[in-house]
Design a protein around this ligand. Structure first.
Ligand code: 3PG
Length: 215
C-alpha cells in the first residue's frame, strides 16, 4: 500500500530550513522570521534537548507553519516527534529497522538515503520522496541526474552542503521536490536574535523557485 506522500506538504516551497535549536525561546521568533521570508515549511532536528519543546511551541503558536522533525534516528523519536506536533518526519539515513517503524508512522516521512541501493530499498517499501543526504558529499547534482532514468518514479529532497551558491542547480532538476539546508538560519544570527537577517536570507531562498518558474 502506498505510504502518505510528503510531496504536497513540502513541494510548495523551494527550501526547507533545517534548524538545530539550542534554546526553546528562539523557536517561535525563528520560525516566524523564516515564514515572513516565505519559508513556512521547516524541519527541527532532534539533536538538542530543546528540540521537542521547540517544535511544540512552533506547532501551537504558529498554525500556518508546517513543522517537521529531522534527525529521526530511532523508533522512540517517531512518537515523541508526532506528540510534539511534527507534521512530517525526516531521517538522515534509514537502516531497515527504522524503515519498518517509519513505514508505520501516521504522518508523511522523508527517509534518508545516500546510495542507489538504499534508494531502491526505500522505493520498494513505498516511500515516494527521499532525503538525499549528505547531498554534496554523496555526488550532488550529478548523482540526482544519473538516478533520474533508472529510478524515474522517485523524487528527492537533497540536503547537506547546499546553500545559495548551488541551490538553483538542485532546484532545476525534475526529480527534486525541494531542498533542505541550514544556511538560512545561521547559528550566530539565532544566538544574537538577528531575526531580520534570517527573514532576508529566507526571502532570497524563497525567490529561487520564482526564478525557476520564470525561466
Ligand atoms: C542536516 O540534516 O544537517 C542538513 O543536511 C543540514 O545540512 P547543512 O548544514 O549542510 O545545510
Amino acid at each position: 500500500m502506498p505510504l502518505p506522500d510528503p510531496g504536497p506538504l513540502i513541494g510548495g516551497v523551494p527550501v526547507i530550513p533545517v534548524l538545530t535549536i539550542e534554546r526553546v525561546r528562539d523557536a517561535v521568533p525563528l520560525a516566524r522570521a523564516l515564514a515572513a521570508g516565505g519559508l513556512a515549511v521547516i524541519e527541527v532536528t532532534l539533536r538538542t534537548d530543546a528540540a521537542l519543546d521547540a517544535m511544540r511551541a512552533i506547532a501551537s503558536e504558529l498554525p500556518d507553519v508546517v513543522v517537521g522533525a529531522g534527525t529521526v534516528v530511532k523508533d522512540a523519536d517517531i512518537e515523541a516527534a508526532i506528540a510534539a506536533g511534527a507534521s512530517y518526519l525526516v531521517s538522515p539515513g534509514t537502516p531497515e529497522r527504522l524503515a519498518d517503524a517509519l513505514a508505520r508512522a501516521s504522518v508523511p516521512v522523508i527517509p534518508g538515503c545516500a546510495t542507489v541501493g538504499e534508494a531502491m530499498a526505500l522505493a520498494a517499501r513505498g516511500f515516494a520522496v527521499l532525503k538525499f543526504f549528505p547531498a554534496e558529499a554523496s555526488g550532488g547534482v550529478a548523482w540526482l541526474k544519473s538516478i533520474a532514468g533508472p529510478l524515474s518514479a522517485l523524487r528527492f529532497c537533497p540536503t547537506g552542503g547546499i546553500d545559495m551558491t548551488n541551490a538553483a542547480a538542485y532546484l532545476a532538476l525534475p526529480n527534486v521536490v525541494s531542498i533542505g539546508g541550514s544556511w538560512v538560519a545561521p547559528k550566530e544570527a539565532v544566538a544574537s536574535g538577528d531575526f531580520e537577517k534570517i527573514t532576508s536570507l529566507a526571502r532570497a531562498a524563497s525567490a529561487l523557485r520564482r526564478q525557476r518558474r520564470l525561466s
